[in-house]
Design a protein around this ligand. Sequence first.
Ligand SMILES: [Cu+2]
Length: 67
Amino acid sequence: MITTTYQVQGMTCGHCVSAVSAEVGAIPGVSDVQVDLATGQVTVTSASPLDTDTVRAAVDEAGYDLR
Ligand SMILES: [Cu+2]
């Protein structure tokens, strides 16, 4: 398993956290998503390395920006 931490901008509440978790969690191979609202850090556990553009697209889909 691989764990990668991304920095996401624009999340302000629990709804944002669930939106990002749902979109990133839907990426094939992702088994866990942990979002720290205070820091904007999103920690993703996946079976293989993720393409940053794929994660960026998922975060964008949720309405936020990957820094
Ligand atoms: Cu929110």
